[in-house]
Ligand binder design. Structure first.
Ligand code: TYD
Ligand code: MG
Length: 455
């Protein structure tokens, strides 16, 4: 009898090893090496494989440039994240926690594309045809060009693709699909990798824009989409808090556009609705005239977004005070607190500090530093901030306020939403004309900013 060879594969990065290891030698993650039966797959298909026979290396001057053709999806927020629309023949991965709304997003997208006259095949391995139909009824996604298939066998899915000849294909989700000639279970690293390679070939050869849905799960035999990130053209994450209705779509990899843009949606009874004025949404629950709350003008890609940044500084009896932040980098909060302690004489060794960006938004640019400093100082001194102020600027280690990009765009957004004053770095004042109707307070140091904001 033939002996089945066994190998161990990391669920995070796909590194293989002949023996079990507690720590993955590839990515260093613990407890991610899972046992798998080794299988021989007939012809592994890679990107090179497709073109090798036809193409020779060319001088870069001879290669035609010209832009990738784009198909707008009908959802502007999705188009923005994709960099203008879907590229035919591209392979996308949409990841996100279970229940966040991936199937809803893709069914809506499928419907929007089908109403433009494109043929769409939606393959669901998780829900029955009836369940999908119920969802489609709810979303009003009923177009005669939208085909639904509930199948997990890759051969049968391929058969359906040949029959339908779709322009847009959705596989919901990649973890449920299996190739009968690969011995391991659906969702295992080998299956997910082989199936993805297969869909890559289908999308490139037939020019079908393909979306794979992947669950983000750390434990168990389900391969995290991390492994797939290398294989696809575009990786989108759909995120949000279960208890909030809005959802953010962000690109972490995009071969056809930037990865800075985010798309914002609101999950309603009738499906996902696009949020075109995110600042209004994020500021809708803001308390006025309290201490510890500041509005920051942040850039999400090319779009300015105003969000509320809250801080609470409260005495503690424990020797090492807590520093908690959500939506902001922990390191930057430590830095801002250190600057306030050293440069402003605010001693917080016996104070816990909590910083939170309202609405589950993540601010990953240093322009949020100054707003964090104002919020923390406001809570520490228990002085309310002014309700009609917007603050932005990077804080340096000597307590100086450093320039940030796109000051003009941020100021205009503040003006549009009816704010009266903007506290901003003096160094960001160059090269543009301040608009009328809003007072600008250029500052050089954190001390200047606190004086303007709190006194
Ligand atoms: P779903 O798209 O099934 O999530 P995923 O595919 O990421 O697992 O979304 C599930 C949640 O969305 C579920 O809690 C119900 C909610 N929902 C709405 O609020 N409105 C709707 O119109 C739809 C279709 C779903
Ligand atoms: Mg789903």
């Amino acid at each position: 009898m033939a002996k089945i060879k066994v190998k161990f594969v990391c669920t995070e990065c796909g590194t293989e090893s002949p023996k079990w290891m507690g720590k993955c030698p590839g990515c260093g993650a613990w407890n991610t090496m899972l046992e798998e039966a080794e299988t021989v797959v007939k012809a592994p298909v890679g990107r090179g494989e497709l073109t090798r026979a036809k193409e020779k290396a060319k001088s870069i001057i001879d290669i035609e440039s010209g832009r990738e053709p784009r198909v707008p999806t009908g959802l502007n927020e999705l188009n923005r994240v994709l960099g203008g629309g879907l590229v035919p023949g591209s392979l996308l991965l949409v990841g996100g926690d279970p229940g966040i709304g991936k199937s809803t997003l893709l069914l809506q997208t499928s419907n929007a594309l089908a109403s433009q006259g494109l043929k769409v095949l939606y393959v669901s391995g998780e829900e029955s045809v009836r369940q999908t139909k119920l969802r489609a009824d709810r979303l009003g996604a009923l177009s005669d060009k939208l085909f639904v298939l509930c199948e997990t066998n890759l051969d049968l899915i391929e058969q359906a693709i040949t029959d339908v000849e779709p322009d847009f294909l959705v596989i919901d989700s990649i973890q449920t699909v299996y190739r009968p000639d690969v011995a391991s279970a659906p969702g295992s690293v080998a299956q997910v990798r082989e199936c993805t390679a297969h869909f890559m070939r289908i999308s490139k050869v037939n020019g079908v824009a393909t979306v794979l849905v992947g669950h983000v799960t750390k434990e168990g035999a389900i391969a995290g989409p991390r492994l797939l990130e290398h294989m696809v053209d575009c990786v989108l994450y759909f995120e949000g808090e279960r208890h909030h209705s809005y959802r953010l779509l962000r690109a972490v990899k995009n071969r056809f556009g930037s990865t800075n843009e985010i798309g914002i949606f609101d999950m309603t009874e009738g499906g996902l609705r696009e949020v075109t004025n995110p600042s209004e949404l994020f500021l809708s629950e803001r308390p006025l005239g309290v201490s510890g709350s500041t509005v920051v003008a942040s850039m999400e890609g090319t779009r300015p977004v105003l969000v509320e940044l809250q801080a609470l500084v409260a005495p503690t009896h424990f020797p090492s005070p807590r520093r908690m932040s959500s939506g902001l980098d922990h390191q930057r909060i430590s830095l801002v607190i250190a600057v306030l302690e050293k440069r402003m004489g605010m001693f917080m060794q016996n104070q816990d500090a909590y910083v939170n960006v309202a609405g589950g938004v993540k601010l990953d640019e240093p322009a949020a530093d100054l707003a964090a400093a104002v919020s923390i100082a406001s809570s520490f001194r228990d002085l309310p901030t002014k309700p009609y102020d917007v603050v932005f600027g990077e804080v340096g280690l000597t307590g100086e306020v450093r320039a940030v990009s796109r000051a003009e765009t941020r100021v205009k957004e503040a003006l549009k939403l009816g704010f009266k004053r903007v506290i901003l770095p003096e160094m960001s004042m160059k090269g543009w004309q301040p608009p009328a109707g809003i007072q600008l307070i250029p500052v050089k140091t954190v001390a200047d900013a606190l004086r303007a904001a709190l006194e």
